[in-house]
Each structure stands twice: as structure tokens, then as C-alpha cells.
Ligand binder design. Structure first.
Ligand SMILES: Nc1ncnc2c1ncn2[C@@H]1O[C@H](COP(=O)(O)OP(=O)(O)OP(=O)(O)O)[C@@H](O)[C@H]1O
Length: 886
């Protein structure tokens, strides 16, 4: 039995913050989870949002009517769905059972490539946006898969992160791990919430979460198990989906989010036990509204029922069909086929930034499921979303936010100033205390020295005096004795004693001199030390002066900053006032006044200072459309001022992109006005926008006839012949391609040069233009082939008559898949009609048909080509002649 396949996704968004974890089983059951969020948030530069992981990618053509957004919106930016593949390490069972076999995949992360083995000798190579090996850490997975989405959400866009893969390949591991015991193991949901909490200010923003489970097409509330059948509500105008019946819990911190996840998980377990199912059979949803999130988690069981399997397969196959339709750029995307696709509507082909991680296992026994997961990822990489800011410009909240930022700045500045002043005071006190201590020490030392020398001096004087006294006494006694004895020997002995005393006195004097010298040296050393200390003090003083200067500069800068902020605030107040005024005027004015307002609104759009209010402007235009009436808006298409005409045609193009407005626009004469603009204007922007509006109107059969009846094809052809801008050509080619799909208009379209105009545009090599041309040719060939089968058309194809075949053959293997697919289909349609066979053989188309029948990655086209080649006598005989076996 084939192992079950699962998917999971996380979507986060501004306006919507979505986190989804989905896991679905092919045969048993398939759980799905997602996290969505809507939020009011700080405004940042749009450029930040258009970051470098958004490679330029061919934009979607005329958007399918069922989709909520298209390239019609000037505030949108392209955002292709990014796809990463993650390989799970072998588990114990695989280590034992597959010990003798190699893995079914080989990863080349540095080349972002994955090789899927066909057999021992051969493998297919696929490229992804990221290739994550079995050694990739949870942190790295978060950073490459989810972080750009979270950042985009904080910038004001919707976001989705989704995991898809076979059961047991690591979707829960990747998205849902709480990492309570080991923080390194935290999954995407926990890390995303951490970053969101760090990136918003809870003083101005709120984050709320709902936690739901999708089981057999029923949405159950995991925060309130009694609430077990929640309806999806769609906003009719925008197509945005919401689940108003779901419990919403505000998140103030990470702990509270973790508790909520645990609670939801416990209820899910209880609910699934009641339902006698387990995780992989249901899809859990964690949802965020008004800076809240939506997530889906899974449930499933062994012993599944047929009904469950059907319901799960319905969800999975509906998701697969939507991805295919979007990847192929089909006109119809079947989003309404399941609740899962309705919930993920904004994530694929909508306005969210979407990141998909496909999880695979290494076992060669599950090669089939791994291949199908890889193909899902490859197709999802072709889906182009149009990221759109979800929020209207809210001056009051911006002003509040700036106030708070200002308060924080001022508080921080004051704190820093205080630290600075404290530091200066500390340094000053330390310096002063050091100086006084040195002074004290110096004075003490000086005093000690002075006392020492004074004492020594006094002592030596005393000693000299004593000696002198003793000598005097001795001398007096000896004189007295000498006078008595008249002894000359005594005199001689006295003379000897005096010489010794003189020598002693000399010695003492020398000692005195040395002591004096040493004392003088000490004094000189102390003086030098004092001079050094004075220098040190001077340098400290200059440092203090410098610090004081910095403090003054800082204070001046603060003053300037405060001035700037005051100015900013007054400008904000002014803008806020003007915005309120406009709202009041719009609310009160009658239609005549409002028409004037539309004019001023359009002129405001051109005003650079108001460029950020574009979303608000769109909402106002929609309101004006209701209040003013289309006629008056259309009258601006003929305004004198060229700028007003340009902006008016943009307004009409925006309106024409909504299916609900198209009939009204045509009835009010809008189609005629747009065609007149093509004829009368020479402005490239007007041509581009008007052609885009016509292309949107041309999606409807009745409008196609009207366009033809009003000479649209020749006007589009002339405009195409004169245009150089690829975007203009893309719009024109898109419009003609839509007309090519109408069976009734074939002859007229060709007669008025529609095919030639299409072929003329191949001079522009832009892949978007070529894809539209290829689509037109495929549409035309399909109608012809239908007419031939019904017998209403005979003879060879008008496409061949008009010389389309060489270009078709040349591009049949174009590397851009949208071009290649359309051409492959066109070739099959042409080949179905025997009258074309000979031309196709001469033109080299037979080789392409053979290639398609062998190599085309789409099985249905491959089979079709094969069937046609086998059933056409002309092709068969040529193949026999060439000895080609087909
Ligand atoms: N990258 C990985 N590294 C280590 N272990 C992993 C990794 N991925 C998954 N595992 C382990 O593989 C097992 C299955 O993973 P997990 O439950 O996440 O799969 P799943 O795709 O969510 O399955 P299901 O669809 O059935 O719910 C778990 O034991 C998980 O711990």
C-alpha cells in the first residue's frame, strides 16, 4: 500500500496573519494546518517589502475572475510562491529495513538542486528555492522559510507559510514543535510568534489568535469544542475570507501563545478521540485577525472510513487543481471546490507572501509519494501572488505611534544624558580627590623632610657646641697646669689633640654637605612629581571640558530633533485634519460635489506627499463609484488635462478588473470610451492601462462580441503596431488572446488582422508577451479544431494561412513553461485536423509532436499527442517513411 501523503502550511499576514499546518493523507487521511493573521500595524517603506527574495517573475496575465487580486493594482508587488524542500533523516525502521539500499534522493544544497533517482543509473534533477538537508537546524529552516514572510507581515502584507509532504516526513516537526525542553527544537509557529511579538508594539497593536480544526469539510473551534460548525464568510467585493464564529484570544506574550497552542492541542486530541480519528485525518487552523493569526493543525487515525478518505482526497485534489491552474495560468481557478482551498485562497494566487516547505523522506520504498510531493512543489513555484498592503493609511494611529516613539526617544535621551552627567561628576570627584591626596602626600613628605633635617641640624650643632665646650674646658685646665709646671711636653700633646678635632670637624662638615645634597635631590624629585601631577590635572580638566562640549552638542541636537518632531507632528495633524475633512465631505456631499472630489482625489494621487494613501484612495474610489455613478467617472476619460485622463483611465481599469463592475461599465459606454482613448490618445500609459481594462472586459463572451463590433480588433492591432513597451504589448496580446477563444468570432477576428497583430508582437521578446501570444494561438487553434470536428470548418488552419507555423515550431520547446504549454496544446489542436498535416510535416512540426508524445511532462498532453500521431494517416505514413516508431 502506498504510504499516505500529507501537506501543511503556515500563513501570516497583515490584514491577515495566517499560519497553516496542513497534513493530508492520500489514502488514509490528510491533515492540514495554517496560520493566518490580519493586523493593523506600523507603516514602513514599501521598498522594504519588495525585498530581494522576490525575484522578478513573469506576472500573471488577465487575472481569473475568481481571484481576489490581479496585476491591476498599482500598489501591488510581485511575489512568487517560494518553495523549499526538507529531507527527514532516516528513522529507526528505515535504518533497519532500507539498510541495503541508497536514499531515493540526493541533495545538492549548494546548487539548490535535488536529484530523484529513477533507477541505479538514472535520476531526474529539480531546482528549488532552498534545499534543506537532514542536518538543517530548526533555526535555519525558520530563517530561510518563514522569516522573510514574518518580516513581510510586519511591513503590512499578508503571509503564508505552508508545509506539504507525505505522512511522517516532518511537517509537525517543522511547523509545530513547541521546543519546551530544548529551545533549539522550536518550530516555525513558535519562532514566528516570537518575532512578531518582538516586532510590534503592544501599546498600539494587538495580536489575537483563533485555533480551529478542519475535519471532513467541517470547521471546529479548538478553543471552544462546543462550537463545532463554523462557517466561512466571504466579503463579496474583495473575496477576503473570514471565520467570524471562531473564538478569538488576544496574545500578550509568548507564554500565553504556548498555553493556547497546548490548550488547542488538548481539545483537538479530545475531539479526535470523540470522532474516533487521529491527527492525520483533520486539518487544524490557527488564525489571527486584527493582528491575530490562523493556524490549522492536523489529526488522523488508523482504520479510516471511506467518507473520510473521500473528504481528504477532495481537499488535497482541490488544492492540487488550484495550484495546477495557477501554475498554468488558466482562466479558471477552482478555489470554491473545498473549504481548504477557500481558506488558502489568498495564499495561492492571492495577495499573501507565501512560502512552502515540502517535506520528504529518504526511503526508496516511498519513491512514488516523494516524486508526487516534489512535483507539487515544482508546480507551486510557478504560482505568482500579487502582494498588496492590506491597510488603509491611518493618520491618527500613525500620529499616536509617532507620539509613543517620540516619548521613548525623549526618555532614552534623558536617560543617556543622566548617565553622561553622572559619569562626568564621578570623573571630576575622582580627579579632585586624587589631586588633594597627592597634595596632601606632598605636603606631608615635605614637612617630614623639613623636620628631619631641622632635627639633624639642631643635633649636629648641639654636638659641635658640646665638643666646643669640652675643648674649651680642657684647654683652660691645661693652660692652668702648664702655667704651674712649665712643661713643654704638655704643650706638644695639646697641639696633637687640636689637629684630631679639626679632622673630626671636617668629617662632620662633609657628612653635613652630603646630607644637604641628598635633601636637595629629594626636594627636586618631589618638585618634578608635583609638576607631573599638575600636568595630569590639566589634561583631566581638558577632558572634562571636552565632555562638557559634547554634552552641549547633544543638547543642541536634542533641541533640533524636538523641532523636527514638532514640525512633523504639525504636518501630521494637518494631514489628519485634511483626511477627516475629505471623509466628512464624501459622507455629506451630493453626487455633483463628489464628482469634483473625484477630480481632486485624482490630482491628490499625483501629489507625492500623499502617495502612501493609495489604499485609502482605492476605497474612496469604490465609494465614489457607488455614489457618483459611472457616467460621471467615465466623462473624466475625456478631460482636457492629460494627467486627469491618465488617472481616470486607471480608475476605470481598477473597476473593470472586478467582475461585478464589468457589465455596468459596458452598459455605461465605458468600452466605447476606452476604445476611443486607444484611437485618440498618443500616451503610452493610457494605451497600456486602457488595453488592460479592455483585456479584463474581454473575458466575458458578450463583451467579446461588443469589442469586435466596435472595431476593437483593428484598434488593438494599430496600437500594438506602434507600441514598444512590453507591458502595453502584454495587455494587448492578452485582450486578443481572450477574443481568440470565442468560437463565433474566428473568421471576423482573422479577417480584421487579429492573427497578424498577434504574430507582429513576437518582435518583443519579453516572455510575458510571448506567453499571451501563445495563449491566443492555442485558443484560436482549439476553436478551429472544434469547428473542424463539427464540420463547420474545412481546409487548412487560418493560423497556418497567416504564417504562424514557423513561430509555433520554433517555440514548441521554449524554456518558459507557460509559453511551451500553450504551444504544445496549439500543435495538438492543429494536428487533430488532417488538412493541416502536410504543412505541419513540411514546417517541422511533426518532430515536435513526436517529442511532445514522448517527453511532455504533462501526461494528458503527452497522451493526446500520441493519440493524434497514431490516428492520422498522413503522419503515420511519414513516420513509417522516416522509420520512426511512435
Ligand atoms: N528533520 C527532522 N529531524 C529529526 N527528526 C525528524 C525530522 N523530521 C521529522 N522527524 C521525526 O519524524 C517523525 C515524524 O515527523 P512528523 O510527526 O513531524 O511528521 P508529519 O509529516 O507531521 O506526519 P503526519 O502527517 O502523519 O502528522 C517524528 O518522530 C519526528 O520527530
Amino acid at each position: 500500500m502506498a504510504a499516505p501523503t500529507t501537506t501543511s502550511s503556515t500563513g501570516i499576514g497583515n490584514g491577515h496573519r495566517n499560519s497553516t499546518r496542513n497534513s493530508l493523507n492520500n489514502q488514509n487521511s490528510k491533515p492540514i494546518s495554517s496560520l493566518n493573521s490580519n493586523s493593523k500595524h506600523s507603516l514602513k517603506s514599501n521598498n522594504n517589502n519588495n525585498n530581494n527574495n522576490n525575484k522578478p517573475f513573469p506576472s500573471r496575465k488577465s487575472a481569473p475572475p475568481s481571484l481576489p487580486s490581479s496585476n491591476k493594482d498599482d500598489s501591488s508587488v510581485h511575489g512568487r510562491v517560494r518553495v523549499a524542500v526538507r529531507l527527514r533523516p532516516r528513522n529507526a525502521e528505515e535504518l533497519a529495513a532500507d539498510a541495503d539500499f541508497g536514499d531515493c534522493v540526493e541533495l545538492q544544497p549548494e546548487l539548490k538542486r535535488l536529484k530523484l533517482r529513477r533507477n541505479n543509473w538514472d535520476s531526474d534533477t529539480y531546482e528549488f528555492d532552498e534545499v534543506l538537508t537532514e542536518f538543517a537546524s530548526q533555526k535555519r529552516v525558520y530563517e530561510v522559510v518563514a522569516k522573510p514572510v514574518v518580516e513581510s507581515v510586519l511591513d503590512g502584507y499578508n503571509g503564508t507559510v505552508m508545509a506539504y509532504g507525505q505522512t511522517g516526513t516532518g511537517k509537525t516537526y517543522t511547523l509545530g514543535r513547541l521546543g519546551e525542553e530544548d529551545t533549539a527544537a522550536r518550530g516555525i509557529m513558535v519562532r514566528a510568534m516570537e518575532d512578531i511579538l518582538a516586532g510590534v508594539s503592544l501599546e498600539t497593536d494587538s495580536i489575537s489568535v483563533s485555533y480551529l480544526q478542519l475535519y471532513m469539510e467541517t470547521i471546529q473551534d479548538l478553543l471552544d469544542p462546543a462550537n463545532d460548525n463554523i462557517s466561512i464568510v466571504e466579503e463579496p467585493k474583495t473575496g477576503d475570507v473570514s471565520l467570524p464564529g471562531a473564538t478569538v484570544v488576544e496574545i500578550r506574550n509568548q507564554q500565553c501563545f504556548l498555553e493556547l497552542l497546548r490548550l488547542g492541542e488538548a481539545h483537538r486530541f479530545a475531539a479526535n478521540t470523540r470522532l474516533n480519528t487521529e491527527s492525520s485525518r483533520s486539518h487544524a487552523i490557527l488564525m489571527q485577525l486584527e493582528r491575530p493569526s490562523l493556524a490549522i493543525d492536523k489529526s488522523g487515525s488508523e482504520g479510516h472510513t471511506l467518507e473520510e478518505a473521500k473528504s481528504i482526497n477532495l481537499s488535497l485534489s482541490a488544492l492540487g487543481k488550484c495550484i495546477n491552474a495557477l501554475a498554468e495560468n488558466s482562466a479558471h481557478v477552482p478555489v470554491r471546490d473545498s473549504k481548504l482551498t477557500r481558506l488558502l485562497r489568498d495564499s495561492f494566487g492571492g495577495t499573501a507572501r507565501t512560502s512552502l516547505v515540502i517535506t520528504i523522506g529518504p526511503s526508496p520504498r516511498h519513491r512514488g509519494e516523494t516524486a508526487s510531493t516534489i512535483m507539487f512543489g515544482q508546480r507551486a513555484m510557478k504560482v505568482e501572488n500579487m502582494l498588496k498592503l492590506k491597510e488603509e493609511f491611518d493618520y491618527k494611529s500613525l500620529s499616536r505611534r509617532l507620539d509613543i516613539q517620540l516619548d521613548k526617544l525623549i526618555a532614552e535621551h534623558e536617560r543617556q544624558q543622566k548617565v553622561f552627567e553622572d559619569e562626568i561628576e564621578k570623573i571630576t570627584v575622582e580627579a579632585q580627590s586624587q589631586i588633594s591626596e597627592v597634595k596632601r602626600n606632598y605636603e606631608d613628605a615635605l614637612e617630614k623632610e623639613r623636620l628631619k633635617y631641622q632635627k639633624e641640624y639642631v643635633e649636629s650643632i648641639k654636638k659641635l657646641e658640646e665638643k666646643w665646650m669640652m675643648n674649651q674646658q680642657k684647654h683652660a685646665i691645661e693652660s692652668m697646669v702648664g702655667r704651674k709646671d712649665g712643661n713643654s711636653n704638655v704643650i706638644s700633646s695639646n697641639q696633637n689633640g687640636s689637629a684630631e678635632e679639626v679632622a673630626e670637624l671636617k668629617r662632620l662638615l662633609q657628612k653635613e654637605t652630603l646630607l644637604k645634597k641628598a635633601a636637595e635631590d629629594d626636594v627636586s624629585n618631589l618638585k618634578t612629581e608635583l609638576a607631573e601631577l599638575r600636568k595630569l590635572e590639566a589634561s583631566r580638566n581638558s577632558e572634562i571640558l571636552k565632555l562638557q562640549k559634547m554634552l552641549e552638542d547633544e543638547a543642541r541636537q536634542k533641541e533640533r530633533l524636538e523641532g523636527d518632531i514638532a514640525l512633523l507632528q504639525s504636518q501630521l495633524l494637518q494631514l489628519s485634519f485634511e483626511a477627516d475633512e475629505t471623509t466628512r465631505r464624501l459622507d455629506r456631499s451630493g453626487p455633483e460635489k463628489i464628482l469634483g472630489d473625484l477630480d481632486s482625489l485624482i490630482s491628490q494621487v499625483r501629489h507625492p506627499q500623499l502617495i502612501n494613501s493609495e489604499n485609502g484612495e482605492k476605497a474612496s474610489i469604490a465609494k465614489l463609484f457607488e455614489q457618483v455613478g459611472l457616467q460621471k467617472i467615465l466623462s473624466l476619460l475625456e478631460a482636457e488635462d492629460a494627467d486627469v485622463r491618465i488617472h481616470a483611465v486607471k480608475v476605470v481599469a481598477n473597476l473593470a478588473a472586478e467582475e461585478t463592475n464589468q457589465q455596468k461599465i459596458v452598459e455605461a459606454g465605458g468600452l466605447r470610451s476606452l476604445l476611443t482613448l486607444l484611437r485618440s490618445s498618443e500616451d503610452e500609459t493610457i494605451h497600456r492601462v486602457a488595453a488592460g481594462a479592455i483585456a479584463n472586459l474581454a473575458m466575458n463572451e458578450t463583451n467579446q462580441e461588443l469589442i469586435m463590433a466596435q472595431g476593437g480588433i483593428s484598434l488593438l492591432s494599430i496600437t500594438a503596431a506602434n507600441a514598444d513597451d512590453p507591458q502595453t504589448l502584454r495587455m494587448i496580446a492578452g485582450a486578443i488572446a481572450n477574443l481568440c477563444g470565442n468560437d463565433k468570432l474566428q473568421a471576423k477576428l482573422r479577417g480584421e488582422g487579429g492573427i497578424k497583430a498577434l504574430l507582429g508582437m513576437v518582435r518583443c521578446k519579453h516572455p510575458d508577451v510571448l506567453a499571451q501570444i501563445a495563449r491566443g494561438i492555442a485558443n484560436f487553434a482549439k476553436c478551429e479544431s472544434r469547428a473542424s470536428t463539427q464540420g463547420t470548418k474545412t481546409g487548412r488552419s487560418l493560423l497556418i494561412e497567416d504564417g504562424a507555423l514557423p513561430w509555433i515550431v520554433q517555440n514548441a520547446n521554449n524554456e518558459a513553461s507557460p509559453i511551451r504549454r500553450h504551444i504544445e496544446l496549439a500543435l495538438c489542436h492543429l494536428a487533430q485536423h488532417e488538412a493541416n498535416a502536410k504543412d505541419m510535416i513540411i514546417g517541422g512540426a511533426l518532430w515536435e509532436l513526436v517529442r511532445i508524445s514522448r517527453d511532455c511532462s504533462r501526461e494528458d498532453i503527452r497522451n493526446l499527442a500520441h493519440r493524434i500521431l497514431s490516428s492520422s494517416p498522413t503522419f503515420q505514413s511519414e513516420l513509417r517513411r522516416l522509420r520512426i516508431d511512435c
